[in-house]
Design a protein around this ligand. Structure first.
Ligand SMILES: [Fe+2]
Length: 213
């Protein structure tokens, strides 16, 4: 997955040489500029929401390395915000302070209810980590598509490729970090999960033959 950024950069260099500068031939550059500023504001709203979520996640997570990595990713997110704000202002747009509704799974109500009543603290921690990975991949997808669009339009919009690629690279590194560290995280949390399962199914908590009749 870490190769995506390099591939995109190579592709950009390729495209730079051959791209038809469609921006020059478009009838209304103002509309195109506004559309692009809107797209960038969408990415900024995603970063705004992502940083807020990470601040909450740092409080929740029990594993010190994860806490540290999240703190680093907040710093990266702040740099992402600045890059996007500069691009948006450069296009005459107003950088948003709004936050995107994050693309997280919304389980069916009955399933969510069972999870709420049965999952242990450690299982929730793994579930949140799964959500972290979903979000990082969503951020990668957002930047990936934005870069593709910039390449298609070409012209003055190509200045956005580098900052967007830098942002995407950080997201990719964070996703890779979560993936690489998930076995260690599971190894730390699993004994407590198993012990909770063992307690729940131990003979003392099972109904006696008399009780089950
Ligand atoms: Fe991220």
């Amino acid at each position: 997955m870490g190769e995506i950024v390099d591939k995109v950069k190579d592709k950009v260099n390729e495209v730079k040489d051959v791209v038809v500068d469609t921006a020059k031939s478009l009838p209304n550059i103002d509309i195109l500029t506004k559309k692009f500023a809107l797209e960038l504001n969408g990415a900024l709203a995603m970063e705004n929401a992502g940083i807020e979520r990470l601040q909450t996640r740092i409080q929740e997570v029990s594993i010190p390395e994860a806490k540290q990595r999240m703190q680093q990713h907040i710093e990266e997110g702040l740099a992402h915000q600045k890059r996007l704000q500069q691009l948006i202002s450069g296009l005459g747009g107003e950088p948003t302070l709004d936050k995107l509704g994050l693309p997280l799974p919304l389980y069916p109500q009955t399933m969510a209810e069972v999870m709420k009543n049965t999952l242990t603290k450690q299982e929730w921690e793994l579930k949140r980590s799964e959500e972290d990975l979903i979000l990082e991949n969503a951020e990668i997808s957002c930047y990936f598509m934005l870069i593709q669009k910039v390449q298609m339009v070409g012209g003055m919009f190509l200045v956005a490729v580098e900052p967007l690629s830098l942002n995407m690279k950080d997201e990719q590194n964070m996703a890779d970090w979560i993936r690489t560290h998930s076995p260690g995280m599971m190894a730390q949390l699993w004994p407590k999960i198993l012990s909770a399962v063992a307690t729940a199914s131990s003979p003392t908590s099972s109904p006696t033959p008399t009780q089950s009749q």
